[in-house]
Design a protein around this ligand. Structure first.
Ligand code: FAD
Ligand code: UDP
Length: 384
């Protein structure tokens, strides 16, 4: 019998499958309804032989040495610092907003100190920062908010930034220097041979049995197991009994262009034009050399796979009801971006999965210690 059935072979499910078998000595069945492992981080070589990400650009970054060292057991890395330009007023400008963004947009010649004073002047006073609009207007004022954030957010989320929790736009810092990196984390790198190869290396233990093309609902009740780890949407697991948790989705349009390069950086954002949000050109991320180049457009929508939990108060409240149900279901463990309805990056999901593993391992070692102690007691009593 399997000790664990794990639903979902993304970061959450694969980390747990690896730990539970390699360190925990357990037997695991890992299933995914898609035809591949890797979850949303899955990458593959397209028909032109260019490595692309099926579900949009995935750039690895973390401040956690534990997460980085753990993943380093399964891949070598290619150092990569991500840069993004936003197409605004017919100019391509650095985002996160920095000194060059403001100077190039308005034709100013500010120093960093002058920009600090400028932001202090144009930032709108907001007594309590609650929404994604508050975060931006309080820091950089209304005009920059409207040019860089309002349109992008309305397109990406199908709602106004004023309706979304502050954590969404807080992901993007504001800088007064010329640093044009998208992330400033200690570790920023791409798996040298891609994410899928890294996942393959994670899942080599002979006690991991993998079944793709397998939806949990089709095998539920047919496979005996001791415990379940569920990394799909938590509301789906409970049959949407309290109603549906909203997830924002994307449609991806992948294209290969017969020219060596299309854009000067990995991602160009389009806050105000088109019905796609951004174009990714993968060779910048992967370092691959090729005469052609592959790109992906992202079109936000509601009616495709669940990708983004939507951070707003009523959704957090609905999630808490499912979380309470989960707490009453101790033989099922919920983890990952969909399992815990959290807008998590890859490294946060890895950290969350490692923490769950430690909890499960600690529980096992406590049980073993109790069994061992009881055994000793029994011996003592029978001897005595
Ligand atoms: P997933 O990767 O979604 O895996 C869950 C798996 O469960 C899926 O494969 C799904 O098929 C399977 N599943 C669901 N229900 C069932 C079922 N009923 N039966 C069987 N299988 C099921 N993070 C970063 O750190 N950097 C980035 O640059 C970045 N870019 C992103 C870009 C996009 C467009 C998106 C959508 C996300 C991005 N992320 C990024 C976030 C990253 O994708 C997630 O943090 C991470 O993949 C979550 O891993 P997970 O295992 O929780 O979920
Ligand atoms: N955002 C924006 N304009 C940009 C980039 C980001 O308004 O040019 C906002 C938008 O709401 C987006 C959020 O900031 O959803 C977080 O951006 P990030 O790049 O982290 O999104 P992800 O890569 O997770 O889609």
């Amino acid at each position: 019998m399997y000790d664990f059935v794990i639903v979902g072979a993304g970061f959450a499910g694969s980390v747990l499958a690896e730990r539970l078998t390699s360190e925990g000595g357990k037997k695991v069945l890992l299933i995914d309804k898609r035809n591949h492992i890797g979850g949303n981080a899955y990458d593959y070589f397209n028909e032109d032989g260019i490595l692309i990400h099926k579900y949009g650009p995935h750039i690895f970054h973390t401040n956690s040495p534990d997460v980085f060292n753990y993943l380093s057991k399964f891949t070598r890395w290619r150092p990569y610092e991500h840069r993004v330009l936003a197409s605004v007023d017919n100019k391509l400008l650095p985002i996160p907003i920095n000194l060059d963004t403001v100077n190039k947009l308005y034709g100013y010649n500010f120093t960093s100190e002058e920009l600090v004073e400028y932001f202090a002047r144009i930032g709108e006073p907001v007594s309590t920062i609650r929404t994604s609009e508050d975060v931006v207007v309080s820091q950089v004022g209304r005009d920059l908010y409207e040019k860089f954030f309002r349109g992008y957010t309305r397109k990406q989320w199908g709602m106004d930034p004023s309706e979304l929790d502050k954590m969404v736009t807080s992901r993007i810092p504001v800088r007064t220097n010329q640093d044009d990196r998208y992330f400033t984390d200690t570790y920023q790198a791409m798996p040298l041979h891609g994410y899928t190869r890294m996942f393959e290396n994670m899942l080599t233990n002979k006690n991991i049995h993998i079944m793709v093309n397998t939806d949990y609902k089709d095998v539920q009740g047919t496979i005996p197991y001791k415990e379940l780890i569920f990394t799909g949407p938590i509301d789906e697991y409970f049959g949407f009994c309290y109603g549906k948790l909203p997830y924002r989705s994307l449609r991806f349009k992948h294209e290969t262009v017969d020219q060596e390069w299309l854009q000067s950086v990995g991602v160009v954002n389009f806050p105000n034009d088109h019905n796609y949000t951004r174009i990714t050109e993968y060779k910048h991320l992967t370092g691959q050399q090729h005469q052609k180049t592959s790109i992906t457009y992202e079109f936000p929508c509601w009616d495709s796979d669940p990708y983004y939990p939507v951070p707003k108060p009523e959704n957090a409240e609905l999630y808490r009801k499912y979380q309470a149900l989960a707490e009453e279901t101790p033989q099922v463990h919920f983890v990952g971006r969909l399992g815990t309805y959290r807008y998590y990056n890859m490294d946060q999901v890895v950290a969350q999965a490692l923490t769950l593993y430690k909890k499960l391992a600690l529980r096992t070692s406590v049980q073993e210690a109790i069994t061992h102690t009881n055994g000793k007691h029994k011996k003592l009593y029978s001897a005595g």
